[in-house]
Design a protein around this ligand. Structure first.
Ligand SMILES: *[C@@H]1O[C@H](CO)[C@@H](O)[C@H](O)[C@H]1NC(C)=O
Ligand SMILES: *[C@@H]1O[C@H](CO)[C@@H](O)[C@H](O)[C@H]1NC(C)=O
Ligand SMILES: *[C@@H]1O[C@H](CO)[C@@H](O)[C@H](O)[C@H]1NC(C)=O
Ligand SMILES: *[C@@H]1O[C@H](CO)[C@@H](O)[C@H](O)[C@H]1NC(C)=O
Ligand SMILES: *[C@@H]1O[C@H](CO)[C@@H](O)[C@H](O)[C@H]1NC(C)=O
Ligand SMILES: *[C@@H]1O[C@H](CO)[C@@H](O)[C@H](O)[C@H]1NC(C)=O
Ligand SMILES: *[C@@H]1O[C@H](CO)[C@@H](O)[C@H](O)[C@H]1NC(C)=O
Ligand SMILES: *[C@@H]1O[C@H](CO)[C@@H](O)[C@H](O)[C@H]1NC(C)=O
Ligand SMILES: *[C@@H]1O[C@H](CO)[C@@H](O)[C@H](O)[C@H]1NC(C)=O
Ligand SMILES: *[C@@H]1O[C@H](CO)[C@@H](O)[C@H](O)[C@H]1NC(C)=O
Ligand SMILES: *[C@@H]1O[C@H](CO)[C@@H](O)[C@H](O)[C@H]1NC(C)=O
Ligand SMILES: *[C@@H]1O[C@H](CO)[C@@H](O)[C@H](O)[C@H]1NC(C)=O
Length: 837
């Protein structure tokens, strides 16, 4: 009982004290003095709801008023007749700022007069700034920023911000905001009206915002929201829930930490009846390549956006009779990536020196509607859409991305030989390192730049599995290919794409190249073990590229000149060393009948050389028809050397090699050919010779052919000894000149613009054989077989030629006999096609 008594006593005492504290306040006198020219006016008026029970007055001198208005330059002393005026009155302090005629306010906005001199009533501070259209006014809110609330919603602490703007004479409500939210800045033009309501018990003495003048925002307003962490914001179109002003534009900007994701959802919206333009929202999404991303209001809005983005609402020209209402209330939800693996990957580049690795947005994958960009993070919070890892250290990375297929990896590594004495014969294995394969992102390109000292070393590439050249006829379908291209600045030489599963055993290139492993399918990850290309530094040679080809017995090998479709670069020379197993016969077929190349300077030619006998055929690619499908019994070289073609008349050559067993029944063939074809052949022979004779006169450029020399081929590094031998066997000046000026004539071209002339003269003797019998078929029988052979294999029943090689007419060694032989190769090379006809 004693306890209870004691409690009651304390309560009573509290009430008494409270009364005592309040009593003097009722009688308190206030003085408000407003400086002249301040633009401030104060109004004390009855609040709502008015309390009728006990009347309260404002006492000025001895007068009892229900309203008090004080203007700038005035001063008033007053008191209240009751003890709790906050229940009856409210105070409104308005400051008008005209920055059309005067300066615009800028900086921290003060509460004037200071709250300490004002009676404790519900207070509303109003700043009404009128500005020119060309001036953007920016309200900046200090932390904890603002949170927009819907109409009729109240703020927990009673502090509200009503912000409105102006469109010509019309007031547009931007919104009502409470403290503690994400809205950090609001930018408007033409002026702004800000009303800050503070309840009587709030002793806040600062406005909490500042104003800055900016350039025009060119729209109704921009509202910026800053997310510090996970959270959400609900925002509304101007005038919500009433209609958004006709044909207006409003933008929201969102600042989102890189490690989080933002999603937009439209909570409520309606659209108006447009007569012109369309109502829409437009997003600027980081990582999107198709910004702005335009959505209709009824579309599903983007989600899981990484990084800062902005969103604009664009109105339309409405139907005057039935405008309808455009309004929008939406939510932005910022949260941790939902389906994110928080796995960390270690990329150890500490042992690398000349390597860079970039994880970046796929350039060929246009972002789909609602999928935003992806982030790669280096030690959790440093995230970016495009990350380049530097060599020499260990990196820990993680991914913030709902769809990792939107990213890819590109890597580049330099393998440089600076001292040829050191690197000679050294070899390296080109393989994609394991730390790249373990990443959940697909490798796009891994590029090795193989750099060697000029003119002292060349490079040989040997794949673990034989390679196939990508051609239209036989496209690569592997999950990866190697793209080989010159890495000499200014040299546009691309050998093409090569994938595993072909017949190319080795590729040698003259100088600096880049070998790019490009993946074409995610299955590369599984097939990665199949990639292994060994590069060795070998003695320098002059050919731009040499391919060693060992055809497969089952399928055709398609080969084509570098820079396909754009033409073999000027003065480039490429060779193919094609092996023919001794129990097989190879059929060499060219796709086109003519190359179409037209030389500006130099000569374009092709040499086919039988390796065992060195017998060779030389074709001027400018003038002559390409050889018909022909059988080769022994390994042979194909060398193609380009001139400087006139533009648009480029050199592109595609040929294929197929093998057939040598065990063909010769007698059958001979019988067939001799019996069935002898008559025809005889007739053809007559026609051919007749046509040739006529043709010969037309081929007045014939001399150029004579300059070619078979030892060009033997000079290739593969057969270094042969070269020596040939030089001994032959007139050495021939080779010297030819080596320098004909095959690699471009090397001398600079010193002598007309280098061709003297050589043409020197080699006049060789013109004879060539001119007498150019390896062009009679026009009458040339088209049909060529066309057929592009689709059909030559018949296995085709007669293999006799061991005495007919392809000898232009070889210097065989100069004497070639005169007499001229017609034989022509007929022989045609024979294989005839059974197919
Ligand atoms: C003062 O503001 C509060 C809300 O903050 C409201 O409940 C109260 O009615 C207001 N007083 C008057 C007199 O308007
Ligand atoms: C806007 O601010 C700049 C200084 O920041 C001032 O020079 C300029 O006069 C201001 N414009 C107006 C209209 O007040
Ligand atoms: C702001 O709001 C958050 C939640 O929305 C709350 O946790 C925090 O305490 C609030 N801060 C203030 C100063 O009211
Ligand atoms: C506002 O009040 C705080 C104390 O609550 C005081 O430290 C500060 O100086 C005051 N600011 C102004 C502008 O009066
Ligand atoms: C929206 O974002 C884009 C890209 O960041 C930017 O170019 C544009 O100026 C922004 N627009 C507004 C109104 O903030
Ligand atoms: C995300 O996770 C949920 C369940 O955790 C799953 O149903 C959904 O398919 C996942 N989405 C993606 C894109 O992985
Ligand atoms: C991944 O996240 C889960 C839950 O947030 C946590 O339990 C787990 O330890 C995290 N894993 C790593 C590797 O950080
Ligand atoms: C490779 O070397 C070239 C110069 O030849 C240089 O520009 C490039 O940055 C190097 N790349 C790397 C990854 O070191
Ligand atoms: C990523 O950065 C690298 C290096 O700065 C640049 O070469 C590449 O173009 C960038 N990729 C994208 C998609 O921006
Ligand atoms: C190849 O690269 C190396 C190293 O960058 C350079 O010294 C050399 O001159 C280059 N070769 C050519 C033919 O440009
Ligand atoms: C690729 O093509 C070859 C024939 O050229 C075929 O045998 C193989 O199955 C193909 N592979 C794929 C993955 O399509
Ligand atoms: C790559 O090929 C080279 C040469 O054939 C071989 O020495 C090396 O072991 C191979 N590497 C792998 C990982 O298979």
């Amino acid at each position: 009982m004693a306890g209870l008594n004691c409690g009651v006593t304390v309560a009573l005492l509290g009430v008494l004290l409270l009364g005592a504290a309040r009593l003097p306040r009722g009688a308190e006198a206030y003085e408000i003095a407003l400086p002249p020219g301040s633009g401030i006016s104060v109004l004390i008026k009855p609040g709502t709801p008015t309390l009728p029970v006990k009347v309260c007055y404002i006492i000025i001198s001895t007068r009892r008023e229900t309203k008090l208005s004080i203007k700038a330059g005035e001063s008033r002393v007053f008191s209240f007749s009751c003890q709790n005026p906050e229940n009856h009155f409210v105070i409104e302090i308005q400051k008008n700022i005209d920055c059309v005629s005067g300066p615009c306010p800028s900086g921290e906005v003060q509460l004037q007069p200071s709250t300490s001199v004002l009676p404790a009533l519900n207070r509303t501070f109003i700043w009404d700034v009128k500005a020119h259209k060309s001036i953007g006014l920016e309200l900046q809110f200090s932390l904890p920023h603002l949170r927009q609330v819907g109409p009729g919603e109240s703020c927990p602490d009673g502090v509200t911000h009503d912000i409105s703007g102006r469109l010509d004479a019309t007031v547009v409500r931007i919104g009502t905001f409470c403290s503690n939210g994400t809205v950090s800045r609001i930018k408007m033009q033409e002026g702004v009206k800000m009303a800050l309501h503070l309840p009587w018990f709030n002793d806040r003495n600062v406005s909490g915002f500042s104003i800055a003048n900016r350039s025009s925002v060119k729209r109704l307003c921009i509202i910026e929201s800053v997310f510090e962490g996970e959270g959400s914001a609900t925002l509304m179109s101007a005038n919500y829930p009433d209609g958004f002003p006709e044909d207006e534009l409003m933008t929201w900007q969102f600042i989102v930490p890189a490690h989080l994701r933002a999603s937009v959802s439209f909570l409520h919206f309606s659209v108006s009846n447009c007569v012109k333009k369309e109502e829409r929202v437009e997003y600027y999404i980081p990582g999107s390549t198709t910004n702005p991303e335009v959505f209709k209001l009824e579309d599903k809005q983007p989600g899981n956006m990484a990084g800062n983005f902005n969103l604009s609402l664009q109105g339309c020209d409405q139907d005057a009779q039935n405008p309808g209402i455009l309004r929008l209330q939406f939510q932005v939800l910022v949260q941790r990536p939902q389906n994110e693996s928080n796995k960390t990957y270690v990329v150890d580049l500490s042992n690398e020196r000349a390597m860079s690795l970039t994880i970046e947005p796929r350039s060929n994958k246009p972002s789909t509607d609602s999928v935003p960009g992806c982030f790669v993070c280096l030690d959790p919070w440093t995230c970016s859409t495009n990350l380049t890892l530097t060599p020499g250290s260990k990196h820990k990375i993680s991914f913030l991305c709902d769809d990792l297929t939107r990213l890819w990896i590109n890597a580049e590594k330099n393998i440089t030989c600076t001292d040829h004495r050191y690197c000679h014969r050294k070899s390296y294995s080109l393989q994609v390192p394991g730390y790249i394969l373990q990443l959940p992102v697909q490798l796009h390109d891994f590029s090795w730049k193989l750099l060697v000292p000029k003119d002292s070393l060349s490079l040989a590439l040997v794949p673990a599995q034989k390679l196939q050249q990508h051609t239209h006829e036989r496209a690569c379908n592997a999950s990866f290919s190697y793209l080989l291209a010159s890495a000499v600045p200014g040299q546009d030489l691309r050998f093409g794409f090569f994938c595993s599963g072909g017949s190319i055993e080795q590729i040698r290139v003259k100088q600096n190249i880049s070998v790019t492993l490009r993946t074409f399918a995610p299955s590369f990850q599984q097939e990665a073990s199949r990639q292994n290309l060994t590069v060795s530094f070998i003695p320098h040679f002059k050919e731009d590229g040499v391919f060693t080809v060992t055809p497969d017995r089952k399928s055709k090998v398609y080969l084509r000149t570098p820079n396909w479709d754009r033409g073999l670069p000027s003065l480039t020379s490429v060779s193919w060393n094609i092996s023919v197993p001794h129990d097989q016969v190879a059929c060499l077929t060219f796709l086109k009948e003519r190359t179409g190349v037209v030389c500006q300077t130099g000569r374009a030619f092709m040499i086919i050389q039988e390796q065992r006998s060195h017998a060779e055929e030389i074709f001027s690619l400018e003038e002559e028809v390409l050889p018909k499908p022909s059988f080769r019994h022994h390994s042979f070289w194909v060398n193609i050397s380009n001139c400087s073609p006139v533009s648009g008349k480029q050199l592109d050559l595609l040929f294929w090699v197929s093998l057939t067993p040598r065990t063909t029944d010769l007698t059958v063939i001979i019988l067939t050919v001799v019996g069935g074809g002898a008559l025809l052949l005889f007739a053809l022979g007559l026609i051919i010779c007749f046509v040739k004779k006529n043709k010969k006169k037309k081929i007045s450029k014939g001399p150029a052919v004579g300059i070619y020399n078979g030892n060009i081929n033997t000079q290739m590094p593969m057969q270094p000894k042969k070269f020596q031998k040939r030089r001994k066997d032959n007139d050495s000046h021939v080779y010297a000149v030819i080596d320098d000026t004909m095959v690699y004539g471009h090397l001398l071209q600079d010193s002598s613009g007309s280098f061709l002339q003297p050589e043409v003269a020197t080699y006049q003797p060789f013109q004879g054989p060539m001119g007498d019998c150019p390896p062009s078929p009679p026009p009458t029988c040339s088209r049909a077989p060529t066309a057929k052979l592009t689709t059909d294999e030559p018949s296995p029943g085709s007669p293999p030629e006799s061991e005495s090689e007919p392809y000898t007419f232009s070889h210097p060694k065989d100069t004497n006999m070639s005169n007499g032989n001229t017609d034989i190769p022509l007929l022989d090379t045609h024979k294989p096609t005839e059974p197919g006809e």
